[in-house]
Ligand binder design. Structure first.
Ligand SMILES: [Zn+2]
Length: 311
């Protein structure tokens, strides 16, 4: 048990209306599974819930060129589904879901920087960490965690941030956006070789990437964090930490072949919290990325939130 703190929980109804087709794993049922487990665990009652606003175009434009933002808006269909890449599609609700997902991350940053919450979790879709400055891919349209980090840096004058990504896939979009940005250190683990097949070739010096072979379990996570992440984080002394919280490295998740459990997410969240307590006044903004095995996703998010809340 840590000190009990206020955790903001931010979502929006339209995030559950974004629908890429009946058999797509990045489905509305993911958010329903999280809500179910918040109720059954009792953790939901401890959270300070907020409705996400829309991100302003100016907030998205800190990360994505205006032409890209406008192209996504223009691609939005009136009926049916339109594909942006083989994995990534828009339905009539997707534009609203995407701007509310990014807006959730902006609000989370405002709440945490303003001292209205110690930390925050954004239960949003579409996810963001594969979205590069100019390309939608891997289920992602706007890079939510990057929009949040830029908001902290450029609106609130935070000088140094860390982005911690424990999704099973490499956060290539976030890396594209922040490579060589000295204000940012990004630490990540990901299955390799695996989609999007990046992160190992000559990453920038502010990227602490740890590729893990298929079959790796929580012991490999602990070694990666202790040997690579923690030294990078202690050196950078971030004033705020952003988390790309994907739970698709769970052993029950068929999307990939890592073997993490809730206990591993508990441990890694605790490590992140210790760094935040030491350098960042506890300030953490965590944004949902992947996680496709519904029960495992719900249980893992509950575990993550328990540690964030000191429960
Ligand atoms: Zn993923």
């Amino acid at each position: 048990m840590g000190k009990v703190v206020t955790t903001a929980f931010i979502t929006h109804a339209d995030c559950a209306k974004h629908d890429m087709g009946a058999h797509h794993p990045e489905s509305p049922a993911r958010l329903a599974a999280i809500e179910d487990h918040l109720i059954s665990s009792g953790v939901g009652a401890t959270l300070d819930r907020h409705d996400a606003p829309q991100a302003a175009v100016s907030e998205l434009a800190r990360v994505h060129p205006l032409e890209y933002i406008e192209a996504i808006r223009q691609a939005s269909p009136e009926h049916g589904i339109v594909h942006l890449d083989p994995d990534t599609a828009m339905c009539p609700h997707t534009w609203s879901a995407a701007v509310h997902a990014a807006g959730a991350a902006v609000l989370a940053t405002d709440l945490v920087v303003g001292g209205r919450a110690e930390n925050a979790f954004c239960a949003v879709r579409p996810p963001g960490h594969h979205a590069t400055r100019t390309r939608a891919m891997g289920f992602c349209l706007f890079n939510n965690v990057a929009v949040a980090a830029k908001h902290a840096l450029e609106k609130h004058g935070v000088e140094r941030v860390a982005i911690v990504d424990f999704d099973v896939h490499h956060g290539n979009g976030t890396e594209d956006i922040f490579s060589d940005d000295e204000r940012v250190v990004m630490t990540s683990i990901f299955q390799h070789p695996f989609y999007p097949y990046s992160g190992t070739e000559d990453p920038a010096p502010n990227m602490a990437n740890v590729p893990l072979p298929a079959g790796s379990d929580g012991r490999a996570l602990r070694i990666a964090v202790e040997k690579i992440w923690l030294p990078a984080l202690h050196e950078h002394q971030p004033e705020m930490i952003f988390v790309s919280a994907g739970f698709d490295a769970h052993v029950e998740d068929d999307m990939a072949m890592l073997r993490f459990t809730e206990n591993d997410y508990k441990w890694v969240t605790g490590q992140i919290k210790e760094i935040a307590d030491k350098y960042a006044k506890g300030r953490i903004v965590s944004v949902l990325e992947g996680g496709y095995a519904l029960s495992a996703l719900g249980r893992s998010v509950v575990t993550h939130l328990k540690v964030l809340g000191g429960l």
